[in-house]
Design a protein around this ligand. Structure first.
Ligand SMILES: NC(=O)c1ccc[n+]([C@@H]2O[C@H](COP(=O)([O-])OP(=O)(O)OC[C@H]3O[C@@H](n4cnc5c(N)ncnc54)[C@H](O)[C@@H]3O)[C@@H](O)[C@H]2O)c1
Length: 454
């Protein structure tokens, strides 16, 4: 193997690799707890089981398919990510869930209609073993659902205690060595940060007083963090993205990440918009509309839940295009996002984008995208990667917000005072550089000038 130090002189101090982090081994069983056993969760669980039994391939998952380049290009060191960092193996995963409907993962997968019925039948024996615990639920926060499989109590303090008990019981019954939680529940109504979210004292007082500003998703997050279980939020609800829970996560050394899985139309936006900006092409308008007919679509048919989603989707372009830096190119964009509930389409959403761009001398051009996508097929590998990376973060002693996992989210959770990074390619670089950092490898800068000096 080429020795770059010998060839290009001593490595300057600032380029010396960091000390590798002590990472505890990924031994034993990793419990993956999922509030919400709907389309995304069942597609994830069934998919993992299919891969474990050699009946499918984990396409779309960076932890399973991705590689990482180490050192200079001549070194040709490109291991797979799972060789490079110690991740739990798919065989080590055990699944737990809560839902407000009693269907097990088999019934739910059948109803959701994401996977081929033949494939669901084939996995029936395993899927029927994943039965949801009763959900902590209040219809005021998800207006379109009439949950029947819900905890009897409506006191928020008792919900928290019940969830903490559920987590401990699951750990015990499944012999888990570690656990992670990924929120795959419905999108709740729009909510802004309030006084009760500002500190953990205020939050716990709010639990005692049944404060309206504490929705169920926040209580699941609280229960997870209290139990030392890393938490990721796949929906746009605030959930763990409030100072009180960030404080608790940092104090307890528990990794958290969110919000809103980056799939479908927003994923396309975060691929295309950086390209337009890189080439200094202007954008006058971006109209996105889509039809979907799954339960998520039904929930988002309620204007209050849709508002939560809309906020999450609209932020993306502003952060990527930076109109304050490029007012002539992006200062006056008309950005519209619509979601229409259309039952015949089921989970196979269709998303249309009309993008009005302009180039040299202001000449206008248009781009039309018709993305016949499968939402849950795009989301399932994200759940897997988040579960494995959150577990890695915890074994590496990284508590609090995990900004390096922004890659997976529409509204990345970041420290106060920072703006979120939305560009998919910068996010990927941040993720891989974090892995290099953990293993004591140099960051990749892509400068490459050393190859052209005498
Ligand atoms: N599918 C995607 O690509 C995608 C992308 C980004 C975000 N999301 C978000 O992920 C979440 C899951 O999506 P989905 O398509 O699986 O939706 P889904 O409607 O199929 O599943 C959500 C499940 O959560 C349950 N639920 C609701 N409130 C609950 C509570 N308080 N406790 C326990 N269970 C509860 C519902 O009964 C339902 O079964 C949604 O919030 C969605 O907006 C999905």
């Amino acid at each position: 193997m080429a020795d770059s130090t010998e060839k290009h002189g001593p490595v300057p101090l600032e380029q010396r690799p960091p000390e590798p982090t002590d990472i505890a081994p990924a031994e034993g069983t990793l419990g993956v707890l999922l509030p919400g056993l709907g389309a995304v969760s069942t597609t994830f669980i069934a998919g993992v089981q299919a891969v474990r039994s050699g009946k499918g391939r984990p396409f779309g998952s960076l932890t399973q398919m991705g590689t990482i380049r180490l050192g200079g290009r001549p070194e040709k060191r490109i291991p797979t990510i799972k060789e490079f960092v110690p991740l739990a193996d798919l065989d080590q995963l055990a699944f737990g869930a809560w839902d407000v409907f009693p269907d097990d993962a088999y019934e739910s997968a059948k109803n959701c209609g994401v996977l081929d019925p033949v494939q669901v039948e084939d996995l029936k024996e395993f899927l029927t073993t994943v039965r949801p615990m009763k959900g902590a639920f209040d219809k005021r926060y998800v207006k379109k659902l009439d949950g029947t499989h819900v905890m009897e109590t409506r006191s928020k303090r008792e919900w928290a205690e019940r969830l903490i008990d559920d987590i401990a019981r699951f750990e015990d019954e499944n012999g888990c060595d570690r656990m992670v939680m990924v929120w795959c529940g419905s999108t709740e109504v729009f909510m802004e940060r309030a006084a009760v979210h500002q500190s953990i004292d205020a939050f716990e007082k709010g639990l005692d007083e049944d404060d309206e500003s504490i929705p169920p998703s926040m209580i699941y997050a609280y229960a997870a963090i209290k139990s030392g279980v890393p938490y990721a939020n796949g929906a746009p609800n605030l959930s763990a993205d409030v100072p009180a829970l960030v404080e608790l996560a940092s104090e307890n050394g528990v990794p958290i990440a969110g919000k809103d899985f980056k799939t479908g139309q927003t994923m396309m936006k975060t691929i295309l918009a950086p390209g337009f900006k890189a080439r200094m092409l202007g954008v006058r308008g971006w109209y996105s509309t889509n039809i979907l007919g799954n339960r998520d679509g039904e929930v988002l048919d309620d204007p209050e839940s849709f508002k939560t989603k809309e906020e999450s989707k609209l932020g993306v372009l502003d952060y990527i295009l930076q109109p304050e830096l490029y007012p002539d190119l992006y200062g006056d964009i008309s950005h519209v996002v619509r979601i229409n509930y259309y039952p015949p389409r089921g989970d196979n959403k269709e998303g249309w984008d009309n993008i009005d761009i302009f180039g040299w001398l202001g000449y206008p051009m248009q781009i039309k995208i018709d993305f016949l996508c499968r939402d849950s097929i795009l989301a399932a590998p994200i759940v897997l990667d988040l579960a494995l990376f959150l577990d890695l973060a915890q074994r590496s002693g990284m508590g609090g917000i995990q900004e390096w996992l922004s890659f997976y989210f529409k509204s990345p959770q970041v420290a106060v005072g920072l703006y979120p990074e939305h560009d998919l390619f910068i996010q990927l670089m941040k993720l891989k550089n974090t892995l290099r950092h953990l293993r004591g490898e140099k960051q990749i800068t892509h400068l490459g000038l050393e190859y052209y000096t005498e």
